[in-house]
Structure formats: C-alpha cells, structure tokens
Write a protein that binds this ligand. Structure first.
Ligand code: 13P
Ligand code: SF4
Length: 350
C-alpha cells in the first residue's frame, strides 16, 4: 500500500497536496505534505498551489479547505464517512431557531446587533455562513480567545457554538465567571434557559461536546499526579472545565506539541487528547529524553478520524492518476460566500 501511495503521489507531483490532521494514524500521516491543527491546515489550504487538495482529516476540515481554496481547485476527503460527532450536534435549523428566540428575547437584532455569534470550526459550512452573515467569526482551538476578544469588542455578548467546553474554558480564562455563562440546549423548549437568564448572560454556550475529550475526568489528573510526582498534565480545550482547571497547560494539538517541544529533556507529560497523537508524541519525543503518556488509558480514539485508511488514500490518489475525481467535497456557492467571510476573519484574528 505504501509503495502504491508513493508512486501515485510521485506521478501527480505538484498537482496534489496532502494535508494531514495530527489525529491521523501513522500509516496515513507519513504521506502528508503538511500536518497540523485545524488552524494551520486552514492556512495551508488557503495557500495550496496544487490542483487537488486531499484532506486526511474530517468532513468539516475538508469543507473549510474547499471554501478557502482558489476557484478550480478540488478538495477530496478520502472517506466520506469521516465526520465529527461534535459538528453533528448543531444543525443549521436548530441554530436558526435559537437565533429567532434570541431576537424574541431582545438579546439581538436579526443582523447581530447585541450578540456576536462565534462558531468553532468543528461545524457545518451552513453554520459558518450563518455566523459570517451576522457579523460573527469562525474560530479554532488555537485562536478562540482572540476570537472572543474580537467578538466582545463588537457586542457585549457572545453566542458560542457548538463546543460548550471550548467556549467555557476560553471565556473563563478571559475572566468571565461561570455564572455569566448559560448553556443553550437545542432539544429543550427555549433552549432550557429563561429569557431573563439569556438577557443577563455574557456567553450563551451551545450544548455540544467532543465524545473523545469528554472522556477525560478530573480523577484521571489526580491519578497520574499521584503515580508520577512532578508530571506535567497538558490537555486540549475540548476537555471539561474541571479537567482544564487541574491541568498545567491547555492547547490545540499544535499547541500541545509546542509545549512538549519546548520543555527541557527529562520532563514527563500526561496528555489529554486523541490517542494517535499521544502515541506519536511518545515515540517522537523519546529521543529527546521526554516521556509522554496518555492522561487515561481507556482508549480515547476519534473513530471518525480513524476512518481515513491508507487504502482510502491510495484509492483517491490512484483515481486522480487515471483522471477520475472521487469523494469531492463541494460547498454550495450560496453557502460558500458567507462561510468564507467567517473563515477569512478567523485567519485574520490571531
Ligand atoms: P485542533 O485544531 O486542536 O487540531 O483540534 C481539532 C479537533 O477536532 C480536536 O478534537
Ligand atoms: Fe470531532 Fe472530537 Fe474527533 Fe475532534 S476528536 S474530530 S472534535 S469527534
């Protein structure tokens, strides 16, 4: 499989660029021309020169790449089943309904005067467009604080979706107390929040989460600290607030890598994020005398990231060699326009 992938890549040359998210398995990430977190890969997609962008990641990442790429470029997701369960927790109709109720409660006008909507990049293109059209922005875990600061300079309030944990952790780190945040549950009447509470809140958090990161618990932090005195605990901001509060560092996948890279030799880390990245960190940093273990070994695997196999990558590449485009991700023009506004703002805010 490796040989076939290498050969097809060689034939296609500069026509193709392979982007790989850090959660991809070793067998796949070895073929990435660029690897990174969501922010870095969006930047790479925006400056990609090749005709084809093969995104080894999940659906919302490939959609963002299609929106940010130049006309005529083609974005491919090797397995269309590689979605993101968090992104699935917010549907555009639910977001429209929430907005309508915020307008009715007097929190905002339809155009967004009163509240700045911010969507995490882990959301559909339609939601990115919704936010872009109402003066809002898309963010990633690496610029969420800057995006919130930007949003609060425009309006007194924020609607943050779909990850309640990233929103809560970032807002709290900026000095916003927990009692000024409310959680909007799209499956409850009026979001399960009274209009008075909506009006009083500084941040309205969408009730979404990442099943992978939500598995990490505060007791896992206590356990590793008891077992390995002096260990540094670093976690992704999609983890629960209680876990982040106990951690020594919080960062995007790229940020977590940086923390380990910059630590002195001999440091030991317990990392709260997806297992393929943690295992790779363990291997790569061992030669620098750093030890990296997972915060909990009960298998924190992102099953959708795992969908991208060498076989899928090979199939997509070999089809391109034969002149066939398979699994193209194509965002509708009407949606693209406003989603691009939200994503361009994201790339400007750092
Ligand atoms: P990063 O942008 O930190 O890589 O996060 C993407 C993601 O989906 C984490 O679960
Ligand atoms: Fe989505 Fe969580 Fe997987 Fe990231 S780790 S792609 S948020 S399901």
């Amino acid at each position: 499989m490796d040989e076939r992938i290498r050969e097809a890549k060689q034939v296609l040359g500069r026509e193709v660029v392979v982007l790989g998210h850090h959660y991809q398995r070793d067998e796949v990430i070895q073929f990435a021309d660029f690897r990174g977190d969501s922010y870095k890969l969006s930047q790479e997609a925006a400056r990609a020169q090749g005709r084809y962008i093969i995104f080894c990641g999940v659906h919302f990442m490939a959609e963002s790449a299609d929106i940010l790429s130049r006309p005529g470029q083609i974005t491919i997701l090797p397995d269309l089943n590689a979605g993101c369960s968090m992104a699935d927790m917010a549907e555009i109709t639910q977001v429209e309904d929430c907005w309508e109720q915020l307008v009715r409660a007097g929190v905002t006008t339809d155009e967004g005067e009163g509240i700045t909507p911010i969507t995490y990049i882990n959301s559909t293109a339609a939601i990115k467009a919704f936010v872009g059209e109402r003066g809002g922005v898309v963010c990633t875990s690496s610029n969420a604080a800057a995006a919130m600061k930007w949003g609060l300079a425009k309006n007194e309030k924020l609607l943050f979706l779909p990850d309640q944990h990233l929103g809560r952790n970032t807002g709290y780190a900026m000095g916003i107390p927990l009692n000024e945040m409310v959680v909007w549950d799209p499956y409850q009447l009026g979001g399960g929040v009274t209009p008075d509470r909506l009006r009083a809140a500084k941040i309205i958090l969408w009730k979404g989460h990442c099943a992978v990161h939500q598995r990490f618990l505060p007791e896992h932090v206590d356990n590793v600290r008891a077992k390995y005195p002096g260990i540094r605990v670093i976690v992704h901001p999609e983890c629960r607030w209680e876990v982040c509060q106990k951690a020594d560092g919080i960062g995007s996948t790229e940020g977590l890598l940086k923390m380990i890279r910059e630590a002195p030799s001999g440091t030991m880390f317990a990392v709260g994020t997806e297992i393929h990245l943690v295992n790779r960190m363990g291997k790569e940093f061992a030669e620098q005398g750093k030890r990296v273990i997972t915060l909990d070994d009960s298998g924190c695997l992102c099953t959708t990231m795992f969908r991208i196999s060498p076989q899928h990558l090979c199939w997509a590449l070999e089809n391109l060699v034969e002149g066939n485009v398979v699994n193209q991700i194509k965002v509708k023009d009407g949606v693209k326009r406003w989603a691009r506004v939200g994503l361009d703002r994201m790339l400007e805010i750092r």
